[in-house]
Design a protein around this ligand. Structure first.
Ligand code: GLU
Ligand code: ZN
Length: 280
């Protein structure tokens, strides 16, 4: 590919979830995503990851767009400005997720799981994945939909136990995770009939033509999971660039509950984006 073609093709994305106020950690990751897109002369899209209907509230969506703009972020395609891959709200894309799930079911890559959270947590071993998710003990691995009838179930992806999933991160270098040890069978469709993050993210990044995913290092293990979904669905994966996580003075990861460090509050305290960027 020529240099020019690579410049034209770069497509990056910002994918915030409006479940709370954005904090400085999000801003830094998004700033990096914007820089990457600019360096490549590419397109940046904003996707509103609003599948969790209970936690995603309209006032957070408004605040999210406002805070992102205040911080100096700008996008070429998004829920507010449209674009060739609209809609840019995950809640409007359910038919795509459903089609991908159907394919995974047909391919035999997923199985219905009727375990409750408590069942899984109290399973004898219940070790934890590299990112602290509980490793699913495999209780329902041999279930078929016909056997569980009308009982509520989630759908889990069956990971290839013992296989090493390796990729080269554009920021952090070579990464590898062992399926079944570093992460277990994961949910692609929740028991409340909502697509899970792993599936929705892969479907959107693939269908929106994203060429590089920039996100926090807390999602490295999810990248390994998602690579398995790309493979199962027969889609080429994008490149990945994981950003180191911002920590507070005590070395704690910034989470949305750190309200003191929400962009909103920083702005109300009179801080400017330039000043905040100079400090990280
Ligand atoms: N909405 C997801 C989050 O905020 C996106 C993560 C990702 O970049 O893949 O965690
Ligand atoms: Zn189960």
């Amino acid at each position: 590919m020529t240099h020019d073609a690579a410049r034209i093709l770069y497509r990056g994305r910002l994918a915030p979830s409006p479940t709370g106020l954005l904090h400085l950690g999000h801003a830094r990751t998004f700033w990096t995503a914007q820089e990457r897109a600019r360096q490549h002369g590419g397109t940046l899209i904003l996707r509103n990851d609003d599948l969790d209907r209970e936690r995603c509230q309209p006032e957070f969506i408004r605040a999210m767009l406002e805070d992102l703009r205040w911080f100096g972020l700008a996008w070429n395609e998004g829920p507010d400005c449209g674009g060739p891959f609209a809609p840019y709200d995950q809640s409007g894309r359910l038919s795509d997720y459903r089609a991908a799930l159907d394919r995974l079911v047909d391919l035999g890559c997923v199985y219905p799981c009727t375990c409750s959270r408590k069942d899984i947590q109290s399973a004898v071993t219940a070790p934890h994945a590299a990112d602290d998710e509980v490793i699913y003990p495999g209780t329902c691995r041999n279930h078929r939909k016909s056997e569980i009838g009308n009982r509520k179930s989630s759908w889990r992806f069956r990971v290839p136990d013992g296989e090493t999933i390796a990729f080269t991160d554009a920021n952090l270098g070579p990464q590898s995770f062992v399926a079944g040890r570093d992460f277990g069978d994961f949910v692609v469709w929740r028991h409340d009939d909502v697509p899970a993050y792993q599936l929705a993210c892969v479907v959107d990044d693939a269908l929106m033509g994203i060429t590089e995913v920039v996100r926090g290092a807390d999602l490295l293990v999810s990248t390994a999971r998602q690579l398995l979904l790309y493979r199962a669905l027969g889609w080429p994966p994008p490149a990945f660039f994981h950003c180191e996580l911002l920590r507070d003075e005590a070395g704690q990861r910034l989470a949305k509950r750190h309200d003191a460090l929400s962009l909103r509050q920083l702005r109300e305290q009179g801080r400017t984006p330039e000043e905040l960027r100079a400090a990280w």
